[in-house]
Write a protein that binds this ligand. Sequence first.
Ligand code: BES
Ligand code: ZN
Length: 458
Amino acid sequence: MVRNNRKSAKVLASVLAASLAFGSIGYAAPIPAEYGKSSYSQDQKIVARVNAERAIEHIRYLSEEIGTRPGGLENEKKSAEYIADTLKSYGYDVEFQYFPVADQYIGSVAFPDGTLWEMGAAPNGSISDTAVKAEVVYVENNDFTNVEDKIVLLARASTLAGYRQQVADAVNAGAAGVILQSLVGSRGNYGQTFSPSLTEQYNIPVFGASYIHGEWLKEKMEDGAAELSLTSKHYSDLKSVNVIATKEAKTKTEDTKEVILGAHHDSVVGAPGANDNASGVGLMLELARVYQGYNTDKTLKFIAFGSEERGLLGARYYVDQLTQEQKDQIEAVFVPDMVATNYDKATNLYAMTPDGSQNIVTDSTGKAGARLGNSDILPGKFGSSDHVPFHNAGIPAALFIWMGIDSWDPLVYHIEKVYHTPQDTIEENISADRMQSALDIIGSGLFDVVRKETPGNN
Ligand code: BES
Ligand code: ZN
């Protein structure tokens, strides 16, 4: 378990010590302005109450009880239901916002012991829903001599033309199915599942496995013959969903500003998405629980965005349906995405904007970190998440994410290797301490913004 007040108690002690040592004899106390009493005690309203274990319980439900949550599919709807029910239980008004998303081809791999793996699949012509059962063999050096009626596992060629040829060769050799193993990912992570983008509609299942799926499968084959059952499905007429909860300002006028805390709740195909991004949702829900006890001077919206992994679709849809007047009302957007990894090289919680500029979101959380004596938070430059559509619409927004950035080369950054893979689980990728730090910093920074006209002032 994680403490609630470890860091804050330490800061309080040093503030007290500093004012005892210097304050009474007329020295300027070496305390930053942000330590202003009122802000600091406001922070305690949040820091003393937010609890990483509660946030992790939400991660558990989303990543284990539900599992993978690809945009537009059933599990994403289950996730939306869970988030809505939780927010309602805290007393918020909640609405669902649906939007259309493109078809998905999904492969499911069933083992004799009942284990199921989810992968991407190629367009599957007439075989949607048909299970193909066969032994799996590993093919090296594109040698397809003994693959008739077998499921072929092979390392994916690096180009589309290359793996198209591999699949054609396997089909010609009479394979019963093909599993292409992903390459190691472009971000130094393990490769994720993918949908082989083939225009041919083969009448055998053709799947795109994550790199680790391939490694696991090879291990199983070493233990003895592995029989698999492959089913590929074509899902069409899909709808994805944003969940929106509103906490109205204590007194509302025409000029009342709005602040958003928004996290995507979908995951990539095959990944339980514990850190990416059940962690952001867990943080949001835990802050929603704590904020419910306080009045705010601004309207606060908690939003779970759908289909972020499919191209920031939920956040884009949300921004696109706002009028200019509604956009102008939004003062700040806080986007937690990957806020609890245990990866040791992800040393800081970055507040990132797409162009590296600083804004009310990066400033308020930076100051909160300083007040709390928590040096985890740093500003940075990064896109790739739901803050981008808001930023592009001229709305101040920032992404919060744990990573490591080498000071000598800001283009080299470290994120966990298991990101976007079946290993993005609580066990392999979640730290309660990192979650607690993110809750403290984002919770205090955001609270400072919503509770008064001029954040940072007392
Ligand atoms: N959580 C990631 C964003 C991310 C990834 C930040 C790696 C930092 C390092 C997010 O869910 C994601 O994967 N985004 C997509 C965006 C794309 C679909 C527009 C990405 O970056 O591939
Ligand atoms: Zn994400």
